[in-house]
Design a binder for this molecule. Structure first.
Ligand SMILES: C[S@@+](CC[C@H](N)C(=O)[O-])C[C@H]1O[C@@H](n2cnc3c(N)ncnc32)[C@H](O)[C@@H]1O
Length: 410
């Protein structure tokens, strides 16, 4: 694809994301790095880009298409290293192609001045604006984790995420293969090497934080023949990794969505998942006390995954966290009923918000006790303890943010 075709395609995707679509889904079928780099740069830096653009405008209300073209051109200059005149000319061509030739002068003027404003924002704006996060997220993270950790988490979220994967039958001999620093079995390799293996179904792309779940299961329930239920399993990565990493366990994958469960069908077969079942985790289709380990990888805000899904930062509202927490509370109650005596509930989310994690476990039913994760994690895992005795990984350059809690039924 030519550079100008990349730009057109990127602008089209950004418009759809603005309308609510998920970039990762739209980018899944795009080949070549030019479109991805542009889309991700704009989504990652959306707030800071808008701030620099608005400082060049008399009124900030401009048409959505025009704003996207301006964001794209400015991101090309400040993030991708395209020379300003080249990015500016391309933006003018794009507005003309979109039938908005009358905006050409405005685009030229903004693209001449916005890089200067950008430099100023990067120099002296408060951390939320500098790292392009909404102010409410910065305030909440500062309160929950302290200013330094909150700023580090925002900084990390602005960096492109590496591609990590696990292999279904052991790591092949790929050029540039790198093992993860603290998680056995997680590997990265240059996309040209790894993508063909992923496409052939011999590997599965998954962040190391999520892969950690299979290790926890192995340590908590090492005995062969145990029954494991993943109550919110789709699209299936964790259930498959658990089955593949713990071949002695009988793993059942359940999810509310038949369509999403279908995405995991061939992976489940290859990884040795025993069954895939459509079931509402709020009223599950399973007998009480029938599993040795129940994984509830609950639907959540995804606040630990802003590196991979940058549009979430700008889409998320404080009330969404409250709504997710209410749903999770209901799902936890029914998940606990499925745990057999001596068995374990493993609760996890890719959120780092206390309301979606430790707050659920401030009080636990008398029949359960908290299992300290430290006993089941290798020393190299950089987790921190939550105030309910669970664990959390703060997002960093080699992993997403993630939270987990282990409860054992007495
Ligand atoms: C965080 S994702 C799970 C990711 C999955 N464990 C994996 O590793 O691929 C949450 C899942 O919960 C499912 N879900 C949402 N509400 C549910 C419910 N009431 N019962 C069962 N599944 C539900 C969604 O369809 C979604 O697939």
């Amino acid at each position: 694809m030519s550079v100008s075709a990349d730009r057109r395609r990127a602008a089209g995707i950004l418009l759809r994301v603005e309308g609510g679509a998920f970039a990762s889904r739209l980018l899944a079928s795009v080949s070549g790095p030019g479109v991805r780099a542009r889309v991700m740069a704009v989504l990652r830096w959306r707030r800071s880009l808008d701030e620099a653009i608005n400082r060049c405008l008399k009124k900030s209300a401009i048409e959505a298409e025009l704003r996207i073209i301006l964001r794209l051109a400015l991101a090309e200059i400040v993030e991708i290293g395209v020379p300003a005149p080249v990015a500016g000319d391309a933006a003018v061509r794009l507005v003309r192609q979109m039938g908005k030739a009358r905006a050409a002068g405005l685009v030229n003027a903004v693209i001449r001045r916005a890089p200067g404003w950008w430099a100023k924002i990067m120099e002296d704006a408060p951390p939320d604006l500098k790292f392009s996060h909404p102010e409410w997220i910065w305030n909440r993270w500062k309160e929950n984790f302290g200013g330094e950790a909150a700023e580090a988490a925002m900084r990390e979220a602005q960096k492109p995420a590496d591609l990590w994967a696990w292999f279904l039958e052991g790591a092949p001999d790929l050029e540039g293969l790198v093992a993860h620093p603290w998680l056995d079995g997680a590997f990265s390799a240059p996309a040209r090497e790894l993508l063909p293996v992923l496409r052939a179904g011999d590997a599965y792309a998954m962040d190391p934080s999520s892969q950690l779940i299979a290790h926890l299961v192995a340590k908590v329930h090492p005995s062969a023949g145990g029954r494991v239920l993943d109550l919110c399993a789709a699209p299936g990565g964790k259930a498959a990794r658990i089955a593949n990493f713990n071949p002695g366990l009988d793993v059942v994958a359940a999810d509310l969505s038949l369509a999403r469960l279908g995405l995991g069908r061939s992976l489940f077969e290859r990884a040795g998942v025993a069954a895939a079942v459509v079931s509402d985790a709020g009223s599950p289709a399973f007998a009480v006390e029938s599993f040795d380990l129940v994984l509830l990888d609950a639907p959540c805000s995804g606040s630990g995954t802003f590196r991979r899904h940058p549009e979430l930062k700008d889409r998320l509202r404080p009330e969404d966290i409250k709504g997710r927490a209410e749903l999770q509370g209901r799902l936890i109650s029914s998940a606990l009923r499925l745990v057999a005596p001596g068995g374990t509930l493993l609760y996890s989310t890719c959120s780092i918000e206390p309301e979606e994690n430790e707050r659920h476990f401030r009080r636990i039913p008398e029949a359960f006790e908290v299992l300290p994760p430290g006993e089941y994690l290798s020393e190299s895992v950089p987790w921190i303890e939550t105030d309910s005795g669970g664990g959390r990984l703060i997002p960093a350059s080699g992993w997403d943010g993630f939270s987990f809690q282990l409860l054992r039924k007495k």
